[in-house]
Design a protein around this ligand. Sequence first.
Ligand SMILES: Cc1cc2nc3c(=O)[nH]c(=O)nc-3n(C[C@H](O)[C@H](O)[C@H](O)COP(=O)(O)OP(=O)(O)OC[C@H]3O[C@@H](n4cnc5c(N)ncnc54)[C@H](O)[C@@H]3O)c2cc1C
Length: 376
Amino acid sequence: MTRIILVGGGIGGAATALALSRQGFEPVVYERTKALREVGAGVALWANATHIMKNLGLLEDAINVGCPITNYQFCSQHGKELVNVSVDGFELPVVGIHRAELHRLLWQNVPTEKFILGETFERFECQGDRIHAYFTSGAQAEGDALIGADGLRSRVRAALFGDVPPTYRNFKTWRGLTEFIPKSYRPGYIHEYLGGGKGGGFMMLGQGKMYWYVAATAPANQPDAATKRKQALENLFRDWFSSIPELITATDESQIITTDLYDRPPTRPWSLGNVTLLGDAAHPMLPTMGQGACTALEDAYVIAKCLKANPDPVAAFQQYESLRFPRTKAIVEQSLRSGKMGELKHPLAVGLRNTFMKVMGAAISSSFQSLHAYRA
Ligand SMILES: Cc1cc2nc3c(=O)[nH]c(=O)nc-3n(C[C@H](O)[C@H](O)[C@H](O)COP(=O)(O)OP(=O)(O)OC[C@H]3O[C@@H](n4cnc5c(N)ncnc54)[C@H](O)[C@@H]3O)c2cc1C
């Protein structure tokens, strides 16, 4: 049986382990953290991703722990609607879900002995058509192929193509979870607000959890406020549509996480022989289109199909890369363009952008539709 070493057990690695074991392969995931866990935040599984959940046999479970989404509404920072995109016109639902729930659904369907925790990948060597992976603990693994699903600062990527840092895209983000539901919340809606160099939004996840996110332009590597982080955030969004500051205030400070935003300009190759990359390791993108985790799910499903169709992992990885590169490149670029629109600060530029969004409502809707219509 083909033994595949997977480095990284995040959403991409866990989905790949599941997709591979469903196809009869023997994946083994090496994850550096000692416990499988995801950050306390939400994710929208658009129709392109619920298609994968369905094929992995997990759609019903996702619906049960998540919340259906019907509309993606964009507003000005003061709450005036700019565009209202209907996202539920497909044969598959759109589901808002806690990341930890999504992660749990994926890995609980893979035998636990396939996850080796607390192992940090360091390097690999090819010996004929075998791959040997080495970990900082001194542990070693041998397999027929290796997939790097080790995220934005992938060690596997560095070992393949050199250690090139990702590109900082001038935004710092904060994400939070609370049980507080703003009065303005419309069931099924993702509400998003766009201001000058700042933005934010909220959506319901399952089990009564409201997920919110905000972003603001900032230089790279700004230390987070050592104390009173929440208060600093409240000040930053004080004059915004009331739901945003209300959600920040209602959230326990320990439930707010902050992340700087990076991506990488899309480049090929991702693969060398029987080693390849997947998810953020291959194509990290800004979260503006909400597709990072969704495309990692697509990758997982496609790589398992390619390995099934090609007994030789080298040919399978070439096919996988040819199928996945054009789509992910387009989304990385689209996400960056949206990020640039969010960077505009001058009131005149912000006003023009908002007018543009209103006028272009139909085109914006259709661009989301073609993104979500894709079936891997
Ligand atoms: C603010 C923000 C909001 C987002 N919102 C959305 C959204 O709404 N929708 C969406 O689809 N996506 C969203 N994303 C993107 C999404 O989070 C990522 O694209 C997705 O998590 C990528 O999954 P991954 O498994 O490829 O990488 P990761 O989740 O980064 O997982 C990588 C795993 O590899 C492990 N690892 C790393 N190095 C090693 C090593 N050397 N050895 C062993 N293990 C290692 C890590 O511990 C980790 O578990 C968002 C991202 C951000 C920052």
